[in-house]
Design a protein around this ligand. Structure first.
Ligand code: NAI
Length: 299
């Protein structure tokens, strides 16, 4: 196998199992040195253990690769700083971070309490912010960096019982869009995957015949691409699973323009519903300034 990630140092959060372990094993095989972060919690974030991260490190080392274990929690900024510090101490540099760590605390909005909301936001959104922030100055100074966020189809399209998770996961897309504007001048590429994969997180959600189609090995090569010097896209969300790889984007319809606000009535808006909502000829925008020009000109 060609060592496409030779000498790259990559921090992967939640790499003690599931998708994170799959990313770690693949990227180590491609020559990267990996910081395997995982505090070994259960799917709902409770408990703690060294074994998941240690096992991933052993698997990498048995295959001839290089890795170190880290057991800190992403939802602590101090923890995030320690992970990044460990990359520098162990391997002398840091080239990419993969924000993969995650938990679930599902429940309908009616039943969800504030702790259930907050913990999910803390781990997925704030945790990804902490780890990326801890690495950011290094990336700016070396004028190179790769950041991967992990969102979800639940956030992009909706899912019953996951309002906390969907909000946190879509927050990552907003974080990516703004951050890519701050990173692009310094060759820092920031992208997001929306994976579907068989893991302990999905084993009780997907039926067995579906699980067999969603091997994490179909997701990790995209993460490898986003983490590589070859990656020249930024600010993209790619849906990845079962061998399918596709871009997901916000699309704004052609829309309509009123010249006089007095013409904007409940009836006239209702009448033009078709033109407002129809996405054929819709546009995507690189940033908000482009979108504002579209608002003003209708073009
Ligand atoms: P998993 O439960 O196998 O792996 C998640 C890992 O994150 C665990 O090893 C856990 O110990 C670790 N973790 C949890 N809280 C942490 C914290 N505070 N700090 C550091 N590590 C922590 O689940 P899976 O499926 O591999 O999920 C990986 C990511 O992909 C998650 O962000 C998940 O939300 C996301 N995802 C997964 C999908 C799937 O189909 N498996 C679908 C959409 C998104």
């Amino acid at each position: 196998m060609e060592k496409k990630l030779e000498n790259q140092v990559i921090l992967i959060t939640g790499a003690g199992g599931g998708l994170g372990r799959s990313h770690a094993l693949l990227m180590a095989k491609l020559g990267a040195k990996i910081i395997v972060n995982d505090p070994g919690v259960s799917v709902d974030g409770s408990g703690q253990g060294l074994r998941p991260a240690d096992e991933t490190v052993s698997l990498i080392q048995q295959a001839g690769g290089q890795a170190v274990a880290n057991y800190d929690f992403v939802d602590s900024f101090e923890g995030a700083q320690k992970m990044v510090g460990q990359a520098l101490e162990s391997f002398g540099r840091l080239d990419a971070v993969v924000n993969n760590a995650g938990i679930l605390r599902d429940g309908s909005f009616k039943k969800q309490d504030t702790d259930q909301w907050q913990k999910i936001v803390d781990v997925h959104l704030t945790g990804s912010r902490h780890v990326t922030k801890a690495a950011w100055e290094i990336f700016l100074n070396q004028k190179y960096g790769r950041v991967v966020f992990t969102t979800s189809g639940s956030a992009l399209f909706g899912n019953f019982g996951q309002t906390n998770y969907a909000a946190a996961k879509l927050g990552l897309v907003g974080l990516m869009h703004a951050l890519k504007e701050e990173g692009s001048k310094n060759n820092i590429m920031v992208n997001t995957i929306a994976p579907v994969a068989a893991s302990r997180m999905t084993q009780n959600i997907f039926p067995p015949d579906m699980l067999s189609k969603f091997d994490p090995a179909f997701v990790s090569p995209v993460v490898g691409y986003f983490c590589s010097p070859a990656c020249q896209v930024t600010g993209q969300v790619w849906s990845v699973g079962a061998g399918h790889v596709a871009r997901v984007a916000f699309v704004e319809s052609e829309g309509i323009n009123f010249n006089d606000s007095n013409d904007m009535t409940i009836d006239s808006i209702a009448e033009k519903m078709g033109k407002i909502t129809q996405l054929e000829n819709g546009k995507t925008f690189t940033n908000v300034m482009e979108e504002m020009a579209h608002l003003l000109t209708g073009k």
